[in-house]
Design a protein around this ligand. Sequence first.
Ligand code: PLP
Length: 389
Amino acid sequence: MSDEFLLLNPGPVPLTDDVRGAMDEPLVSHRSTAFEATYERAQRDLDYVFSQSTLDGRTTGNGTSLILNGTATMGMEMAVANLTDADSEIVALVNGKFGRRFKRIAERHARITPVEVAWGESFDLDAVDRAITDDTDLVTMVHNETSTGLLNPVAEVGELASEHDALFVVDGVTSIGGDAFHIDDWHVDVALTDAQKALAAPPGISAIYVTDRAAAAATGESAPFYEDLDWHLRKSEDNQTPFTSAVPLFRALAVAVENIREEGMDTRIRRHRRQSRAFRAGFEAFGLDSFPTVEGPTQLSNTLTAIDLPESVKESPEAFFDAVGERNVSISGGQAHLGGEIFRVSNMGNLTAEQVLRGVRTVGESLTEIGVDCPVTDGVDAARQQLEL
Ligand code: PLP
């Protein structure tokens, strides 16, 4: 196999050499000043990512970035469990696997009103409006639904949450670090992301942005022990976490977010948008259909692409995924009931234009190999046009 392995799953995403190298340095104690310096650097650059993903140079948000010793699900639960108690009312928006996960977490901690549509469909904002009332304490939603490739309307839902003074917790796991995110304008109280997605750091840790309003609302008494928000906030003042930190992962994250600051969030967001347009144009030229349906303010994701598999491929999808794998490229299928129905590719992180073109070509060649009529060159050309600066 001559081509290098190419990871195009919507997380984890490829690491640059400097990020990988950061994990290989001699270990230090998680209570050392060396670790504190790492935490401080990572936190400073995460503040930048969370607060300057605005595309217009504005800084947004008034709060604190925390690095968590756990994946994004820890951040989701930390937000819900610290901001509610058993008597709280949560409105949980579900149009994919990760919206459903937020709902499941919410159910364990409070009373919930779900607003659900089929995975891949846009939310009906009138239904959301009806669900959020003056009794609502907190609203959960996913910005970029990784399972379906939809970019959900956080601004509009944030407005509704704000009208009723409800706290608004947003999963930006596959948007923050790769797409625009406006904490203030969208009335977001807690935003969360994961190291292994658009930040392009290794899996295992995550980050959460807690506005001062959310910090003040943390209930304290019902806080879980490991995910105690107030404790994390206090420890972060000393560039520490309450428990043993995953030192090599924190170091890698610090380098990854420093790289983002060097690239600049506006440049990075524009690059991600260009690359997702390229994937879409390529697949469209192959005659493939986008999986999700967009209506109203909902958009297609700028960080990953979800495509409906041709009917003939759905009969035995393994042959397609095997052909992709044989070309040393890794892509994702659908999750849960979407298994065998769709495929997903990511453009999160630091992909080059050549890697995007290779992704498009690989899908085209793999479809051709299993007997689907697919104009490979047309697709690659269509993608290339989108990548031109
Ligand atoms: N939220 C979204 C949108 C995700 O894509 C993921 C992971 O893919 C998660 C949350 C949860 O991440 P983890 O399973 O790593 O905790």
